[in-house]
Design a protein around this ligand. Structure first.
Ligand SMILES: [Zn+2]
Length: 430
């Protein structure tokens, strides 16, 4: 199902011409922002230097830190009377980031959300309960306006009061919900305790926090829905930058509104398609707060095959943050890649620890995992076979040799809150 088939499937020369003209417009628009006038000067580039899409690489990056330093309105490229709404990101450290929208920005954002929701099969016949926070957080209003534009019956239930959420699903015949994946699991647990049926639900969209394929399987089974992944951030309007289609295999990034690159977070070099690195986005039509090469800090890669649905470029499910990256023997390693590989092997339990040491001037990585008794005979030969299997799987993913140690179930540390499973012990040796 398409909301706007022509633009969603635009490709080849037509797409590139559209992207280039919009990039040229954006590069001119940012000249209204002092930060960019100075950054362009420092990089020795001017708007006229952008003649092809490849020229994007000449332009400087924008970081979260830059945006914070512009608090509150330093990145606005239009007079304040043209800004019709403001949102902020949660300021976990220091000041939040303020984002502004013109009337046209709100319209574009709503259009993108309507595409996303249509793409997963939602129509004007659906009743959509939006269980995300309304307010300065962009999640609530972003989905709300998109769902209304599609013509769904929208229930702005916001967060909290799970019993009431469940009653609304039952009383209003809700067919679709939108929340964080964690809340989705909480909702179904409470419904099961209440003995409440959620049988009217058919589709759920989840975002705003990382989740795995196994969590999707669980949510789909227990909620009785097809579950889809959404990706966005306030700096790019909010939710709706990229979204899964019905194939559930990667998220289409809206190519008419965003130019995406994957870079090596350590060097800033652009990586070839298919390689894992940090997602960098240049929005192409943002009026109030245009940005150039914004470093999202999110780790992903481009999928290199074409999607059967006919839409454009896809990114893989997000796999961690650039801040967590380790460099081991010159190879970039994201802890999430290790976790993903381990969780795909039934022979190991859910718990693991990673240690990085420098031995004889060489980086060595050791992974401790708990053995799953039901896959282990107790024989030494069997243990060696399992170690070989796990280290082989890690080498295939990371291209890195590791030592795998199995330990007894229940012996690795358990974490409440944020887990610290990676211990880098190299610093002490310098
Ligand atoms: Zn698709």
């Amino acid at each position: 199902m398409f909301w706007n088939r022509e633009i969603e499937t635009i490709a080849g020369d037509n797409l590139e011409a559209l992207q280039l003209s919009r990039l040229k417009w954006t590069v001119r628009q940012v000249q209204n922002v002092e930060f960019y006038r100075r950054a362009f000067q420092k990089a020795g580039v001017s708007p006229g230097d952008i003649q092809t899409l490849d020229d994007l690489e000449k332009l400087p990056f924008t970081t979260k830190k830059d945006l914070r330093e512009g608090y509150p309105f330093g990145f606005f490229a239009v007079p304040k009377r043209e800004v019709v709404r403001i949102h902020t990101t949660s300021g976990t450290t220091g000041k939040p980031t303020v984002v502004g929208y013109t009337r046209q920005d709100l319209d574009t954002w709503t259009e993108l959300m309507a595409r996303n929701l249509t793409m997963v099969g939602l129509t004007e016949d659906d009743v959509f309960q939006n269980i995300l926070g309304y307010g300065l957080f962009t999640g609530g209003l972003g989905f709300h306006y998109g769902a209304e534009r599609v013509g769904m019956t929208v229930i702005p239930s916001s967060t909290g009061n799970t019993k009431r959420q469940i009653e609304m699903i039952q009383d209003f015949g809700v067919t679709a919900i939108n929340s964080t994946p964690g809340y989705g699991l909480h909702l179904v647990e409470v419904a099961e305790q209440m003995g409440a049926s959620l049988e009217t639900l058919r589709i759920a969209t989840f975002g705003a926090e990382p989740w795995s394929e196994s969590m999707r399987a669980e949510l789909e089974r227990r909620l009785g829905v097809d579950a889809y992944d959404s990706y966005g951030m306030s700096e790019m309007y909010g939710p709706g930058v990229a979204f899964e289609c019905e194939e559930k295999d990667g998220l289409h990034i809206w190519h008419d509104c965003y130019l995406a690159e994957i870079i090596d977070p350590a060097t800033g070099e652009r990586l070839p398609d298919g390689e894992t690195g940090e997602l960098v986005i240049t929005p192409l039509v943002k009026e109030a707060m245009p940005l150039i090469r914004y470093r999202t800090g999110d780790i992903t890669r481009f999928l290199t095959d074409d999607c059967p649905c006919g839409r454009g470029k896809r990114i893989a499910r997000l796999s961690g943050r650039a801040d967590d990256m380790l460099v081991i023997r010159g190879i970039n390693v994201f802890p999430s890649q290790i976790e993903h590989t381990l969780l795909s092997l039934p022979e190991v339990g859910d718990q693991y620890m990673v240690y990085v040491d420098r031995i004889n001037h060489l980086d060595e990585m050791t992974i401790e995992v708990e053995i799953n008794r039901s896959y282990f005979s107790g024989e030494l030969a069997d243990l060696q076979r399992l170690q070989k299997k796990v280290s082989g799987a890690i080498r295939e993913t990371l291209n890195l040799r590791t030592t795998v140690k199995f330990v007894e179930p229940g012996t690795l540390p358990r974490f409440e809150g944020k887990a610290k499973r990676v211990v880098d012990r190299r610093g002490a040796i310098w």
